[in-house]
Ligand binder design. Sequence first.
Ligand code: FAD
Length: 409
Amino acid sequence: MTVIDDNIDADVIVVGGGIIGGSFACLLGQAGLKVILLDAGVRQVNSLKKVDARVFAITLASEQILKKAGAWQRLQKEDIAYFRKMHVWDENGLGEVNFDSASICQSTMGYIISHQAIVDALQEKLLELDNVRCLWSVSPAYVKEEADTIVLGTEDGLQFSSRLVVAADGHNSKLRSLANIHYQKHDYKQSALGCIVTTEFAHSEIARQRFLKRGPLAFLPMHDPHQSAIVWSSSPDHIQRLKALDKSAFHFELAEAFAHELGDIKESTERAVFPLSRAQADSYTKPRLALIGDSAHTVHPLAGLGANLGMLDAASLAEEIIDTCQRGRDPGRLQVLRRYERRRKGENRNMMYLMDSFKHLFENQHQSVQWLRNFGLDTVDSLPVVKHVILKRAMGLTGNLPESARGHF
Ligand SMILES: Cc1cc2nc3c(=O)[nH]c(=O)nc-3n(C[C@H](O)[C@H](O)[C@H](O)COP(=O)(O)OP(=O)(O)OC[C@H]3O[C@@H](n4cnc5c(N)ncnc54)[C@H](O)[C@@H]3O)c2cc1C
């Protein structure tokens, strides 16, 4: 199925071939639409072998979307780690909360997968789709709306026309700037440090997060029982100091900060630093243009939600476009795009502010807040019904889900 006519190059142009743009292009490509995908990066060959400090907690909803996109099936067994339980506790006090996927009859709460493994799987799938054309090392220079089409020009002088252009080029989206869409950004004045560590004790497929005074420290279980991906959020000065430490000093500080929950740290990979902010675009759509993923919003990574929210954007917009094309209508009309915006913007905003509240709640060192926080953790832990509601939501089993995210029911 395609609405292409002789005057245009593609039904949809996607700018950005990361996890969100790649998934979106695969969903459209699988449905038979003609797609052009542009990415400013270089296509990496054999990057599966590379150690990637960017590791994602992936929900069951995102798993379903990646299956529909035809990428999940291409992940290697050793790329996928399971987390069946979660343990969260506060540095100041005895409060804690434990979640277990078995309590809601699921075999896992979600998966831990490296960013690169997912992008590689998506790229493999894209190569297989004859109706998707991928161009690497290409960046947009302008977009121009015309009567029934939109024209995108690239920095190296190429020009393409289509019914719709979709920005999936991340938080610094150039396409969003070219479209003059304002992005309200709040700098958390925090950075996150990420790397893979080898620990003395096995992780037992439990994701762990300890809330420290300056920010949360998470250990996410990898396929190897003694390896975890860490995400340590703190002040930029502290993170820079941690990054500069030699290995043994870093291992010592990390084990101490994690209260030796997994024993000593035996080994670690190169440390990467990410500045943290929350942001939301004033509008996700304009006539013939839409934003998805980080180009539309970012959240604090403390609950590992950013990419999962972006996957829901990609699946929701893909559904609206495919449905419109199947009726023989124009997918670039604002009316179609606004349906997508209504489905996603409110939910993304709510999650952004929820993460904000958690961040502030756990960083507040006032004694009464500390007490309340620990009381809250213990109360949630003792209420199975409340825990099940939180758990199902965090796993992507409830909420206003697009059809392609619903396979687990
Ligand atoms: C420390 C940390 C931990 C996180 N952990 C999790 C987690 O556990 N779970 C989770 O769901 N989310 C997590 N996130 C959030 C997640 O990283 C992002 O939400 C996700 O990567 C967004 O994907 P994206 O495809 O929208 O953008 P990106 O991953 O930024 O991809 C953008 C793509 O666009 C391309 N591009 C950029 N500029 C241009 C241009 N001018 N022209 C063409 N192409 C361009 C890039 O090359 C890239 O391929 C975490 C974030 C951080 C910082």
